[in-house]
Design a protein around this ligand. Structure first.
Ligand code: ADP
Ligand code: MG
Length: 490
């Protein structure tokens, strides 16, 4: 089944207000729909965590089954885009398993079932619907059989709705410069790396969209390393290698997302390497992303990695508290809802890992508010953040950090608090101090108090020492990365 058919299977229905059905009798189609959807839910339940299931699937209700189409009710367009984004293949597999290969799932968006006279709960939907994405980048057949070039860019990713902060400042600035002068800046290639959900795809697609806005005739192509690989394999199988090569070499800006998936694919990488060189030589712009620094891309052609040094390699870091708040505020305004500040603060404080997670929490909150008729207050925010576990999310404490660091360096917690100057103890203590500064809101004075009343200059000195080690000593760096990851996933 092709991507297009897949997309079709889960095509978006239409925004609608379902009229109240009080008193109406359940039709055969409705009964069947409910029965089928229950079967789907059983499969889905086995494939996702209980929290995900309760947040994203349980709220969906079946409406009707007609002409091999199962219509379900979702609370907002964002909700439906979110589940499509995140759970697309699971939904697709489930639907074909329960309803057959050619069945479709349609979403009906219900803005407000309970009371059509209040517009308090009405969400403003985005002004545009997403155009269907072409199967492959480059040339797609249109209805008149003429070959048209498509960029694969999703118009929802723009510079305008990309929130800037310290964590993405440099990447954003480089992107802006490129969008004005693609291929003509020092940033060629631009390689953006960072953990999942921090905005790499959004940023690079934003650059692509901006280039098209500034240079209407420019040929911009967004693809992923996986799609590039698949296109390459198809070209070989269909004896269309020349066409493939010509297509890629005719592009003005090539954006390749998630190049870590090139690792180990020798032939594809080799082809990509030649494409890269040819484009670079012609002064064309290259923009790449990766989930790790290029030097950690094991098994990727060394020649390619060394080419990255020609341009700019820049990372995107997790957002800090202020930026998380700014993102929540911007996104809620975009969805037509004004979030009380205490809700913004609460979510930003506890949802810290990625912007994707932040967005998911917000969409789920708004879904509960509009769909389940709940009031928009702190209790609702807590409910959403806590998920089904009903457990108050605990911020990382200084004691958690001491325990973790002491365990890692195989020493008792008391050593961290001691006055010992032995190198390994001092290092562990400095590491614990550095992590405490990063993971808690404690003042330097309070951190000092947690480490046998050290004064604030000692605390700052410890942080500086670790920062120096991070650049000069790979073993300290890897210890730090391990501890940082563990604390983040707590
Ligand atoms: P990545 O590619 O790094 O995994 P994405 O670009 O897919 O991350 O971002 C995940 C989600 O978070 C997307 O919906 C994106 O729009 C949103 N997002 C990420 N960074 C920002 C930002 N700085 N401002 C606004 N939204 C963002
Ligand atoms: Mg991405």
């Amino acid at each position: 089944m092709s991507d297009n058919q897949l997309k079709d299977t889960l095509s978006l229905f239409t925004q609608d207000k379902t009229p109240g059905k009080k008193g109406s009798t359940t039709t055969e189609g409705e009964k069947k729909a409910t029965a089928y959807w229950i079967k789907c839910l059983e499969i889905i339940k086995d494939n996702v965590s209980p929290h995900i299931f309760n947040t994203w699937f349980e709220p969906i209700k079946a409406l009707k089954w007609e002409n091999k189409q199962l219509t379900v009710k979702v609370p907002s367009q964002f909700f439906c885009e979110w589940i499509e984004d995140q759970y697309y293949s699971l939904l697709q597999k489930t639907i074909s398993q329960v309803l057959g290969e050619d069945a479709k799932l349609l979403y009906q968006i219900v803005v407000d079932e309970s009371d059509s006279t209040t517009d308090k709960r009405t969400i403003k939907l985005p002004a545009f619907k997403f155009p269907p994405q072409p199967v492959h980048g480059g040339f797609a057949e249109n209805h008149t059989e003429k070959r048209v070039f498509t960029s694969n860019l999703n118009p929802k990713y723009t510079f305008n709705n990309f929130v800037r902060g310290e964590s993405n400042q440099l990447a954003y600035a480089a992107g802006l410069a490129i969008s004005q002068n693609p291929g003509k800046t020092r940033y060629n290639p631009l390689v953006v790396y960072g953990d999942s959900g921090l905005g790499k795809t959004h940023l690079v697609q934003g650059i692509g969209n901006k280039i098209l806005q500034n240079h209407k005739k420019s040929k911009v192509l967004y693809t992923t390393s996986e799609r590039f690989t698949q296109d390459f394999i198809n070209a070989i199988q269909n004896n269309r290698q020349n066409e493939f090569i010509n297509l890629y070499r005719s592009i003005d800006t090539l954006i390749v997302d998630d190049i870590q998936f090139f690792c180990g694919k020798e032939k594809t990488t080799d082809n990509f390497f030649h494409t890269f060189n040819a484009l670079h030589q012609d002064g064309k712009q290259l923009i790449l992303t990766s989930d790790r620094p290029p030097r950690d891309l094991k098994d990727l052609d060394e020649r390619l990695i060394s080419r990255f040094q020609w341009g700019l390699i820049v990372d995107i870091q997790p957002p800090d508290l202020e930026m998380r708040m700014a993102i929540l505020q911007k996104k809620s305004v975009d969805e037509g809802i004004e979030l009380p500040i205490e809700i913004v603060e609460y979510i930003a404080k506890y949802v810290t890992n990625s912007i994707r997670e932040l967005e998911g929490t917000l969409i789920s909150l708004i879904a509960k508010y509009t769909f389940e008729n709940k009031s928009l207050n702190l209790a609702l925010a807590k409910e959403v953040v806590n998920g089904i576990s009903k457990r108050e999310p605990k911020p990382v404490t200084i004691d958690d950090i001491k325990e973790l660091v002491a365990g890692y360096y195989k020493m008792p917690v008391e050593s961290l608090e001691s006055q010992s100057r032995k190198h390994e103890i001092a290092l562990a203590r400095q590491m614990a101090i550095y992590l405490t500064k990063q993971f808690t809101q404690l003042s330097l004075k309070s951190i000092g108090a947690g480490f046998s009343n050290r004064d604030h200059s000692t605390i700052l000195h410890s942080c500086q020492t670790i920062e120096n080690y991070l650049v000069t000593d790979p073993s300290v760096k890897s210890a730090y990365e391990h501890l940082h990851k563990t604390l983040k996933s707590k």
